[in-house]
Design a protein around this ligand. Structure first.
Ligand code: NMX
Ligand code: MLT
Length: 435
């Protein structure tokens, strides 16, 4: 496997640097931490080392230094006018280098081959769940069921040398990523299409195959799926799904256990489930106002009522970003170009005109702008993928690319078990001299 060889060559000097930093520069102070940072979700506290991507509050995400608009131009594509292949961003996040067409083809082929290894019991486990169990429950159950295949545990029991932990991690990650589209499509067809399953087409790319297996076999749907898989793939290390995957991986739990932890976090409404909740919020608005095409004044009133009830407006706000999410923007540009008359896209535009001011008026929301989830469901719906509960699963398939390449790097760096310190309320009160 030339990719593994290459990765090791890139990683050896970097892992040496990590060891040197700990040994020779371990006492260097990097930050002061305030009370409010700890008590409001550790915002801004640098406590993780992540190499796959970095988030700037104003500019948004960069993957190994490249922004989304840049990647749309430089990553390999199947069609000149089309979207980059997610295989390319995987290669970039893994190696730090831009892939050639051959590199991307190699990964596509690897994943198509490895995808054939899903054991039959995984389908039995999915089938044992009620059809109306949320697709994220079915997805995560399948991920855990696939951990019977983990090579990490087997190698660990045989007595693998620490410095080789990355190797079975890489194997598990490649297997897992290759199989996620099949699992996601299986759940989709089981729940929404009477179990009428569509076999994978190994000649297709990873994202194109997902659209194909879901039954959305047009070139347009494949193109949208490539875009979706590209932009959801990573958001540096501190978001809940990345952080959870990394934390659980630090106990040397295998890639399946680690990724499952991340997916449990993605299923929360403040994280990935927001993409489904946005659609519920829009549809409830249409029902309550009594029209499919509410005016901006009506949307404003509905948004204000949402806040008055103590609910969040899904798809808006962010823990780090302080501007419109470039992942929202790239989808909006795509939608305005290809499906501008789609009713949900017209609504997304109207909501964007109104909601930031409503949130700003609260005086407490730190970022009133839309995030990735404010449009992704409306875009999928406009391409015929109208079943909202599958949206977070699609987010999860994509997120695997980033959090699992980082898991390989965690083992290449030789990072230890993670164990921050906790304190009780009295300790914090003492620090503040509060009686
Ligand atoms: N609607 C209503 N209130 C909000 C919103 C929103 N969209 N965003 C923030 N707030 C509130 C927040 O609940 C908090 O209220 P309180 O002080 O009463 O507890 C206050 O504003 C300050 O919060 P922030 O510091 O601005 O935001 P925080 O970092 O705590 O949370 C989110 C970030 C993303 C969880 C938050 O903006 C939110 O709940 N957004 C809606 C859900 C959503 O779209 N999540 C998806 C994020 C992207 N993703 O895919 O993961
Ligand atoms: C993400 O993509 O993980 C979300 O935008 C949440 C985050 O970055 O905190």
């Amino acid at each position: 496997d030339y990719l593994k060889e290459k990765l090791l060559q890139i990683a050896i000097p970097k892992a040496q640097k990590v060891r040197q930093l700990v040994k020779e520069y371990g006492d260097v102070k990097i930050q002061d931490v305030t009370m409010s940072q700890v008590l409001t979700g550790m915002k801004g506290v640098v406590s993780l080392m992540t190499c796959t991507s970095k988030l700037d509050p104003e500019e948004g995400i960069r993957f190994r230094g490249y922004s989304i608009p840049e990647l749309k131009n430089i990553l390999p594509k199947i069609h000149e006018e089309g979207e980059p292949l997610p295989e390319g961003i995987f290669y970039l996040m893994l190696t730090g280098e831009l892939p050639s067409n051959d590199d991307v083809r190699y990964i596509s082929e690897q994943w198509a081959q490895r995808a054939q290894g899903i054991p039959p019991h995984v389908y039995d486990v999915i089938e044992a769940l009620p059809k109306d169990a949320h697709p994220m429950i079915q997805f995560n159950t399948a991920i855990l069921a696939m951990s019977t295949e983990s090579q990490f545990r087997k190698a660990y029991l045989i007595g693998m040398d620490k410095k080789n932990y990355w190797d079975p991690t890489y194997e598990g990650v490649m297997d897992l990523i290759s199989r996620l589209p099949i699992i996601a499509a299986y759940i989709y067809r089981r729940v929404f299409h009477q179990g009428d399953h569509i076999p994978p087409d190994p000649s297709l790319d990873w994202a194109g195959n997902l659209a194909h297996m879901m039954g959305h076999d047009t070139e347009d749907a494949k193109r949208l799926m490539r875009l979706y898989m590209l932009i959801h793939s990573d958001h540096e290390g501190g978001n809940v799904s990345a952080h959870a995957t990394h934390l659980v991986g630090s106990a040397l739990s295998n890639p399946y256990y680690s990724f499952s932890a991340g997916m449990n976090g993605l299923a929360g409404p403040l994280h990935g489930m927001a993409n489904q909740d946005v659609m519920h919020w829009i549809n409830k608005m249409k029902r309550e106002i009594g029209t499919d095409d509410p005016s901006e004044a009506q949307i404003k009133k509905y948004a204000e009522e949402t806040l008055a009830k103590g609910h969040v407006i899904p798809g808006y706000g962010h823990a780090v970003l302080r501007k419109t999410d470039p992942r929202f923007q790239v989808q909006l540009d795509f939608a305005n170009k290809y499906v501008p008359y789609a009713p949900y896209i017209k609504l997304v535009n109207k909501i964007y005109n109104v909601v930031p001011d409503v949130l700003l008026a609260t005086g407490k929301v730190k970022n009133p702008w839309p995030n990735v989830d404010a449009i992704s469901g409306s875009l999928l719906t406009s391409y015929g993928i109208t079943e909202f509960p599958i949206y977070t699963v699609l987010f999860g398939v994509s997120r695997a690319l980033g959090v699992l390449t980082q898991l390989i790097w965690d083992r290449l760096y030789g990072l230890p078990i993670e164990r921050p310190k906790s304190q009780n309320l009295g300790w914090f009160m003492d620090k503040a001299n509060l009686k």
